[in-house]
Design a protein around this ligand. Structure first.
Ligand code: ATP
Ligand code: MG
Length: 730
């Protein structure tokens, strides 16, 4: 046992060995929260305080769950397969599969990912003849999910105005549609599990008695519904509540936009009568300069529970800063720098490229690709979200559950089988009338639609029959062939990669069967057939499977996706005002504080070396945008930074504070600003000495107006007073 607890500092040791009561570990980045949580599980098991089946562990990503199981396996001679350690969604899925009847779901219920959900909402609006300009599908999706995440069914939402009343009606219609089709969306997994626990006393008692220790990582990012679910399953109000061990960092709360509530931490302390709040203050991850920068940045936030972080690792290297003229130059520099690091012996996998928005990865990927540097993107377009993979999954979903209209609509005419839009409309209308799924409606059709769509139904039925005795990989192979998907992509000019992805799906299924958790001791076999389990896995674990595999590669991901991870070398790119902090958040105090927490997360991912970079102009969403450096630069003590590019521009660092929504300008036609005497940001101009340039930012107004112009190779960046510079519109 001593080995398990070796190398823990005093506070960590205290946290790991706390008595079986609820506790909160509140500590900054890299202080060992996740390590403490994992070690505590091992310690509880080793000291015989609880059996493997008595532990419920909640992590933020599936990747984190896998890592935790691997680490546990390394700490103890146990088989960790089948332990209830996973994400909220993964755990609720498992729970609902075990109790599908009580949850009023078909045994083979399917999970809608975000894109499927949007498609289902669009289909609903169309069927109900709802004006989608008045009720934009995306907004409605957001509304519905926000209600679910707060724990509200449609009948529990209070609507004070007509517009909201209508949205609530649509929410109810949408839920009815999902129920009819036997599908659940992400927030529904949680809400359904929560309602079942609440309603069903025997099931609730069973789990309350079973899970004696509940351990939650990244607690600051739990939303209301997740918190309520925890309360129920922990039996917080009972005589013998489970011990809930929550670890978190309020400074890393970055999902406020998705309904996460830091307030849950305070409620948790009170409602679970937390006697022990332990703070960890030593950071084991980052060198001093990096940690100082992170501390300095986060100190600008006002709403903090407050803590200090220190390290004994020494200052290390300064933080390197690079300012590029354009995003392409930034990407080129990043890649050159990485090549240099690799030449010096760094492993590619120890290098991470972070960005605020996924759209930024394109330029970086392009550059990496053309240099031949292996890289891997986390998030972004994930494997299971690729078009061809979704088509294949749709066939599989129909085999598992023919009432899944989203799957039906996706492949009824893919590959094309001459089913016209008119026929499909007739089918949809009839389905509405009979209140049945599309699949079940087909026999009611007459005429041409009956024939064309009928043939499709026959195909699906054949597929089901023919694959009944096949293993999962064989089944997929068969479906790819007989559905015509392979033939379709073989005929496509650029189809090679898609064909490879379809084959990869078979490999994924093989790997899945191999990893698929065996039951933990004392539990019956896993609920659901392999196909249903695999389909749930595809919805829930999108991308993470692929990201783990293969060779040593540079890691690309958004800052959100980097939470909890660490790398020797980190590049934070696109540090421009309006991009990071994001323009949608700049105007509001709360929003800016969340961006700052995000920046804190980004900086604290680095162990040894941190690079910050920005570009003066950037192509995003088809437009060239110009910006000044991120205000976060001003929050880092100058002495920690080492500028790799000369800081030539006069006035650099002063922020152009424009009117609302203006802080990140685009080159799209816009109203000329009177203040700039006829010039506007993004405008092409000409100067007698410096030649052609483009205005990238401005400050002051009237006679005092000054503009920052990028003259490229002709003269670089220059600040010019408009009243004297004699700029001409080009
Ligand atoms: P985050 O807030 O980013 O999730 P965290 O608090 O969960 O961070 P960990 O990931 O658990 O921190 O730990 C950070 C790093 O420090 C890991 O590499 C971990 O192994 C290491 N570490 C933690 N505690 C110790 C210790 N006592 N001795 C040596 N290394 C440690
Ligand atoms: Mg952690």
């Amino acid at each position: 046992m001593s080995r398990l607890l070796d190398n823990l500092n005093t506070e960590q040791l205290a946290a790991v060995t706390l008595p079986a009561q609820s506790a909160l570990i509140l500590a900054g980045a890299g202080s060992g929260k996740t390590r403490v949580l994992t070690t505590r599980i091992a310690w509880l098991l080793q000291t015989g305080q609880v059996s493997q089946s008595g532990i419920l562990g909640v992590t933020f990503t599936n990747k984190a769950a896998k890592e935790m199981l691997t680490r546990l396996g390394a700490m103890l001679p146990i088989n960790t397969r089948g332990m209830w350690i996973g994400t909220f969604h993964g755990l609720c899925n498992r729970f609902l599969r075990a109790h599908y009847r009580e949850a009023a779901l078909p045994q083979t219920f399917q999970i809608l990912d975000t894109a499927d959900q949007l498609a289902a909402i669009k289909r609903l609006l169309k069927a109900l003849n709802v004006d989608d300009e008045k009720f934009p599908p995306r907004e409605l999706q957001h509304f519905i999910n926000a209600q679910k995440e707060a724990g509200y069914r449609a009948n529990a939402v209070e609507a004070w105005d007509e517009f909201t009343r209508r949205r609530v009606e649509l929410y109810a219609e949408y839920d009815a549609q999902c129920q009819r089709e036997g599908v659940v969306d992400f927030p529904e997994l949680l809400l359904r599990a929560y309602e079942l626990l609440e309603r069903n006393e025997p099931i609730r008692r069973h789990y309350q008695l079973r899970f004696r220790h509940i351990l939650v990582d990244e607690f600051q990012d739990t939303n209301r519904l997740q918190y309520l679910w925890l309360k129920l399953i922990a039996g917080f109000a009972s005589e013998t509540p489970a011990a809930v061990f929550a670890v978190g960092d309020d400074d890393q709360s970055i999902y406020g936009f998705r309904g996460a509530e830091v307030g849950n931490m305070r409620d948790f302390e009170r409602e679970f009568r937390v006697a022990n709040v332990i703070r960890l203050e030593q950071n084991y991850r980052s060198h001093g300069n990096i940690l100082d920068a992170a501390n300095a940045i986060i100190a600008n936030n006002s709403q903090r529970l407050g803590k200090n972080l220190w390290t004994d690792q020494g200052a290390g290297e300064p933080i390197r800063v690079y300012e590029a003229v354009a995003d392409m130059d930034e990407a080129r520099w990043v890649v050159e720098e990485i090549q240099q690091l690799v030449r010096e012996g760094a492993a590619r996998g120890d290098i991470a490229l972070l960005y605020r928005s996924n759209a930024q990865s394109r330029v970086l990927e392009h550059q990496l690709f053309s240099t031949g540097l292996p890289y891997r993107v986390y998030g972004g377009l994930r494997f299971f979200e690729r078009q061809e993979v979704k088509h294949a999954l749709a066939y599989l979903r129909l085999i598992a559950n023919p009432d899944d209209d989203t799957a039906f609509a996706r492949v009824v005419n893919f590959p094309t089988r001459g089913i016209g839009a008119r026929s499909l409309e007739q089918l949809q209308d009839a389905a509405r009338m009979f209140n049945t799924s599309l699949y079940a409606t087909v026999p009611h059709l007459n005429g041409k639609p009956a024939q064309s769509i009928g043939a499709f139904v026959k195909l699906v039925e054949e597929l089901r029959r023919e694959t009944a005795d096949l293993s999962l990989p064989e089944m997929i192979d068969h479906v790819l062939e007989v559905s015509g998907l392979r033939a379709h992509y073989r005929a496509e000019r650029e189809g090679q990669e898609r064909l490879e992805n379809l084959d990869e799906l078979i490999s994924a299924a093989t790997g899945f069967l191999h990893d698929d958790s065996a039951p933990v001791e004392g539990e019956e076999s896993l609920p659901g057939d392999p196909l249903s389990r695999f389909l749930a896995h595809a919805s829930l674990e999108a991308g993470e499977h692929q990201a783990d595999a293969g060779q040593d590669a540079v890691q690309l991901m958004s800052v959100h996706a980097a939470k909890g991870l660490e790398f020797d070398v980190v590049f934070i790119t696109g540090l421009e005002d309006g991009l990071f902090p994001h323009e949608n958040s700049i105007q509001e105090h709360e929003g800016l504080e969340e961006e700052r927490r995000l920046m804190y997360v980004a900086v604290t991912r680095a162990r040894k070396r941190l690079y910050l970079s920005l570009a003066q102009s950037r192509m995003l969403h088809g437009q060239t945008r110009y910006a000044v450096k991120s205000r976060f630069f001003d929050e880092i003590p100058e002495g920690l930074l080492k500028w790799l590019t000369p800081r030539v521009q006069q006035g650099f660092g002063q922020h152009y504070t424009p009117s609302r929504g203006d802080s990140f300008t685009t080159s799209a036609p816009r109203q000329p600003s009177r203040d700039l005497i006829g010039f506007r940001i993004g405008q092409q101009v000409r100067h007698a000495r410096f030649g052609a340039g483009v205005i990238v930012s401005a400050e002051g107004s009237g006679q005092d107006a000054r503009v920052q112009v990028n003259f490229g190779s002709g003269g670089g960046m220059k600040w010019l007073a408009l009243s004297v510079a004699k700029l001409e519109a080009a």
